[in-house]
Design a protein around this ligand. Sequence first.
Ligand SMILES: C[S@@+](CC[C@H](N)C(=O)[O-])C[C@H]1O[C@@H](n2cnc3c(N)ncnc32)[C@H](O)[C@@H]1O
Length: 270
Amino acid sequence: MIRARREALGCHSLIRGDCLSVMRRMPIGSVDVVVTSPPYNLGLAYRSYKDSLSEENYLTWMEAICRKIARVMRDDGSFFLNIAGSSAQPWLPFELMVRLREIFNLQNHISWVKSIAVGEITYGHFKPVNSSRYVNRNHEHVFHLTKRGDVEIDRLGAGVPFTDKTNIPRRQHGEDRRCRGDTWYIPYETVRSKTARFSHPSTFPVALPERCIRLHGVRSDMVVLDPFMGTGTSLIAAESLGVRGIGIESDTGYVRIARKRLRSMLQQTG
Ligand SMILES: C[S@@+](CC[C@H](N)C(=O)[O-])C[C@H]1O[C@@H](n2cnc3c(N)ncnc32)[C@H](O)[C@@H]1O
């Protein structure tokens, strides 16, 4: 077992440790938003975490972690869980969601679209998939889980301007902003090397946690937790929105990268 190590950077906390045991010691109801992407059990090459549990062990582990998330989350908090299946384990995200029914309500189900064909034009990066059985996997799930299913969200805070501006007076909208819906196109930035993606096999773009936090609604005194912090992307999003972030990561090397990213952002902003 690794002993947890906590450090402060600006208003944020970076914790090197096992999220299950760290969350066990966090105060009940102390977090407003949890936004995270756990390992997907795909056999990815993380620095130290072995991403290849049996399906049953993975589901049991994830259920235990989600119970701890419910413990540290406020009753009016939001848990955004980013996860995807694979051709080898297509049922996995759905199996997990069925288990989580006992703990959470599924308030919104968002599709994070990483690449898309609109008509004959493609956007984003298409991974080369050569298969006679499967189409390209272009999207992942973002499950918005809440304790009672009645958390008021800020649809316009995460919204988009109207394309047809005549809608604004015609439909008596107070501002040029509408709900963006449950399909979020957020491509990865183009990178030329692994190091540009922080030598981590599965980061998400900053815009993803940022939009989740905005959708919940930003308050200056709020706390955002990412129990699988990886390279610290959720903390970068928290910093960009001026809210406090707590990140937990079991691998020392990834904590180092998160620290470096956050420190350089804090230096830039002042
Ligand atoms: C999908 S990645 C998260 C990537 C992150 N969203 C980013 O943008 O960098 C999952 C992370 O969970 C970490 N991890 C695995 N088991 C853990 C545990 N028990 N406690 C904390 N972190 C863990 C892995 O080392 C890995 O970095």
